[in-house]
Design a protein around this ligand. Structure first.
Ligand code: MRU
Length: 384
């Protein structure tokens, strides 16, 4: 699997996703300004990966600070965290990761009154680096668990064609694969876990205008992992669904509100509406760190608006007249009623979301998805 984020000992090494699919180039980030820019320009992107990157950005921002007082260290830490929090507004994992780092720093500082302030500061810094490295491990574990739960869910889908040896047909939008996380991804994790076990999939990857993460990144990573993939323009999903080509749609999330409304890459809402029309299950795969219980509904999720050039010049050529008015929201909100289920690392969450998402976030154990009832096997007529 490709590595989205690694720690070199000096720098956070990011796979530069702006250069995909033609160049596989890594960049070493050594300070918070470079990390802010990398997040803003989508060098690193996808909600979980943004969270881990921001945590490293915070560590890099305080790594060389050696003030003589603890309070000066904390005020620098807060300053860097506040700054990184302005890089992108929608993926809640960014704020989740920065808050987690602030909390770890506070906790590490408790009980250091017997130390010289500079020694206490060194200790807190070590603890923060350790937390970043733990986030890398944790994200991998979490995505793997999403893969397991998601696969169990996919196995419940009736797919008469797959019984004849055909692959399961999955539509996805944007990139919620390994490159949007540390490894495995969220929406693509069930596919990777299933493929490891011999299950066959074919993925329809929406191109995902305007920054074409579906064709640049999802197609690239699925090819690299030997999963058959076909790229379609966003406007073609309805036709492929109508032709009976899709068994299930799975997407990721940048933020899930308490009522189950889901913010994800612009165009996700259209996929959900189409899926409902064609009676195709529409699943969202997301870690519980993407669930924001502080927001009652998706209307409260801040939606990033990006540079109009991404639409008029994003594909290299000019595709709109000069000075034309352009609207470029990077995300949309899919209402909960269009979401069949939300796959988290704690299990599959189904409606009513207000109750069940809160339970998932609090970590209450979830009942296992009921296994699909086995059909009684017809008695063999062959005598043994
Ligand atoms: O603008 P991007 O590329 O960061 O948007 C990414 C998405 O919308 C993903 O679907 C989402 O972050 C989930 S990633 C597991």
């Amino acid at each position: 699997m490709l590595q989205t984020i690694t720690w070199t000992g000096e720098a956070a090494r990011l796979l530069d996703q702006t250069r995909l699919p033609t160049e596989t180039v890594y960049v070493d980030i050594t300070n918070e300004k470079q990390m802010w820019d990398a997040i803003r320009r989508l060098v690193v992107r996808g909600a979980p990966a943004i969270g881990v990157a921001a945590a490293f950005g915070l560590y890099l921002g305080i790594k060389n600070e050696r003030p003589s007082e603890l309070f000066a260290f904390y005020s620098k830490l807060n300053e860097v965290a506040d700054y990184l929090a302005t890089s992108r507004p929608t993926a809640v994992n960014l704020f989740w990761a920065l808050d987690r780092m602030r909390r770890v720093a506070r906790e590490a500082g408790r009980g250091t009154s017997n130390l010289e302030p500079r020694d206490a500061i060194d200790m807190i810094k070590n603890r923060l680096l350790h937390e970043c490295l733990e986030m890398i491990e944790e994200d991998t574990r979490v995505c793997r668990a999403i893969g397991e739960h998601g696969l169990a869910l996919l196995k419940q889908i009736t797919n008469p064609k797959s019984k004849m040896g055909n692959p399961m047909e999955v539509l996805t939008h944007c990139n919620a694969g390994g490159l949007a996380t540390v490894q495995y991804g969220t929406a693509l994790a069930p596919i990777y876990v299933g493929a490891e076990r011999g299950m066959r999939f074919h993925v329809w990857s929406d191109e995902t205008r305007p920054l074409v993460q579906g064709s640049r990144i999802t197609a690239y990573e699925l090819q690299a992992n030997n999963i058959p993939v076909t790229v379609i323009c966003d406007s073609m999903a309805a036709t492929v669904m109508k032709q009976g080509g899709i068994d299930v749609a799975i997407v990721g999330a940048d933020r899930v509100a308490a009522n189950g409304d889901v913010a994800n890459k612009i165009g996700t809402l259209s996929v959900a509406i189409l899926a409902k029309h064609f009676k195709i299950p529409f699943f969202v795969a997301a870690p519980t760190s993407s669930i924001d219980l502080s927001l009652a509904t998706g209307d409260q999720i801040p939606i990033e608006e990006r540079n109009p050039d991404e639409i008029s010049r994003g594909l290299g050529a000019q595709t709109a007249p000069d000075d034309v008015d352009i609207y470029n929201p990077a995300f949309d909100v899919t209402p909960a009623e269009l979401v069949t289920a939300i796959i988290t690392e704690k299990g599959v969450v189904r409606p009513p979301y207000v109750k069940n998402l809160a339970k998932a976030v609090r970590g209450e154990p979830k009942k296992k998805e009921p296994a699909k009832p086995k059909k009684k096997r017809a008695r063999s007529k062959v005598k043994r």
